[in-house]
Ligand binder design. Structure first.
Ligand code: PLI
Length: 470
């Protein structure tokens, strides 16, 4: 199949600029503390940007999770919260929105994505089974492992190469997957765990052709296929842009076709769905649904609220509809790409092509003199904060954690620092300021020292680990 070059894809936006399909009605002041104060804050946070106070941050690109600006319609919906313990009308609105846009039959709300990951892992994995996926995500893999599953990475090799221009670096390598199924036997495969887009690979998409073939392969062996739909809307944008036959297809139609190849999905609604808190799980199999609906009562709350208030369910139902608008997605990804293009023009090493939710700095090339064991991506996040008050996140060896079987560090090929763009929050001028700050840190790269970890929590260590300068 021939694909357009993703690097020149910005041209599809045409000769005229895109602009956000909204205007700003309410503002929240930003403040930059002094360099001395930032140095103190950073040391107190153990050089971990997760441990900074948000009041000490100027532009916050830690995550796109729960950081979106809600629309006036979503805020209006919050006032229509039906806070009944059982059978809240807002649950039915959410259920209808998920059935309408994602196409799944049965819906279970959860407080956020990892609540849904917990339930699906407990219900669908038997101890010792494999869970093949297109690269790992931190919380996803941990819940699979806590349920006794063994994660197996079956993403295409290009995903591990930050300079590969493959247009669908999130694709599953069907050969790798089939080899695993044949080696272990289909009964040893809990399900295929497919994410669209792939966060840890740089927000890279999966093609429609890939999920279609994946469905056929799963059917051949009787293996289930579940989707992490957290950024599926953004994945749909890339299909529309890059995959032959989809240029005129609306985002909502693409999302529904894609989901139609899967048996169910879990969702962190804090991303695509434009809410500050929320998640859901949706499946087509009635028996599995019964089990999930029972489990949710144990861990999250009754099956019509799943740990959320009625008003949160309403904001999510409205957010789902808004997230599917083509002009919204185009402006959202357009802004991410704008930042990526500025950095590319200055020859700063980033993951190419620029993905959906973030620009990922390639810390391996950025700090070529630092070995991976000195946490170059963590160093870069710390230095960027020190220079400019901009908060980013490590996505390298600290995030990868340890192999539960051997206790050794995983040494991921990708050692990245993520500049994650919240939806509908920052302006193009903020992106300019961010790019200039990254350039300043890049220019000073040669005199930068590494870090060592001095405190390591047992689970998801990157959130709470502490470091010291070497
Ligand atoms: O943060 P949660 O629990 O709502 O969702 C977990 C989660 C699941 N899947 C994927 C692909 C994610 O990106 C994800 C959370 N991501 C975060 C918090 C992030 O900063 O990327």
């Amino acid at each position: 199949m021939s694909h357009p070059n993703p690097q020149t894809m910005g041209q599809q936006f045409g000769r005229r600029s895109w602009a956000e399909p909204w205007k700003i009605k309410m503002v929240e002041p930003l403040r930059m503390i002094s360099r001395d104060e930032r140095a103190r804050a950073l040391a107190e946070a153990g050089y971990n940007t997760f441990l900074l106070r948000s009041d000490d941050v100027y532009i916050d690109l830690l995550t796109d999770s729960g950081t979106s600006a809600m629309s006036d319609r979503q805020w209006a919906g919050m006032l229509l919260g039906d806070e009944a313990y059982a059978g809240s009308r807002n649950f039915y609105h959410l259920e209808e929105a998920i059935q309408h846009y994602y196409g799944y039959r049965y819906v279970v709300p959860t407080h956020q994505g990892r609540g849904a990951e917990h339930l699906i892992s407990q219900a669908a994995i038997r101890r010792g089974q494999f869970v093949p996926g297109n690269m790992y995500f931190t919380t996803t893999r941990l819940h699979q492992e806590l349920a006794g599953g063994i994660f197996a990475d079956v993403i295409i090799d290009e995903a591990h190469d930050p300079s590969s221009l493959h247009p669908f670096k999130g694709n599953i390598d069907l050969g790798k997957l089939e080899a695993l199924i044949r080696r272990e036997g289909a009964e040893k495969i809990a399900y295929v765990s497919l994410a669209g887009t792939v966060n840890m690979a740089g927000g890279q998409p999966v093609s429609m052709a890939n999920v279609r073939e994946l469905r056929a392969l799963c059917d051949r062996y009787g293996v289930r296929l579940f989707l992490d739909a957290t950024r599926m809307v953004e994945n749909a944008f890339f299909i529309q842009e890059r995959e032959p036959g989809y240029a005129e297809t609306p985002i909502a139609t693409i999302v529904k076709e894609f989901c139609g190849y899967t048996d169910g999905a879990w969702m962190s609604a804090k991303k695509d769905n434009l809410v500050n808190i929320g998640g859901w799980l949706a499946v087509n199999d009635e028996q599995l649904f019964e089990e999930l609906r029972n489990l949710v009562v144990v861990f999250e709350g009754l099956h019509t609220y799943g740990g959320l208030a009625g008003r949160d369910l309403e904001a999510m139902a409205i957010g789902i509809g808004e997230s599917m608008h083509d002009d919204h997605v185009r402006a959202r990804i357009g802004q991410v790409r704008y930042l990526g293009e500025l950095l590319t023009d200055w020859a700063i090493p980033i993951v190419q092509p620029v993905g959906g939710h973030a620009v990922f700095l390639d810390a391996r090339r950025f700090y070529a003199h630092l070995p991976q064991a000195q946490f170059p991506a963590q160093v870069l996040a710390a230095e960027l904060y020190l220079d400019s008050g901009i908060r980013s996140m490590e996505r390298g060896i600290a995030s990868a954690g340890r192999d539960p079987a051997t206790g050794d560090h995983y040494f991921p090929k990708l050692e990245l620092t993520r500049l994650t763009i919240p939806r509908r929050v920052y302006t193009q001028a903020h992106m300019d300021v961010v790019a200039e700050a990254v350039k300043a840190v890049y220019d000073a790269r040669e005199c930068t020292h590494g870090l060592r970890m001095v405190y390591e929590p047992k689970y998801l260590r990157f959130f709470q680990a502490r470091f010291e300068r070497l």
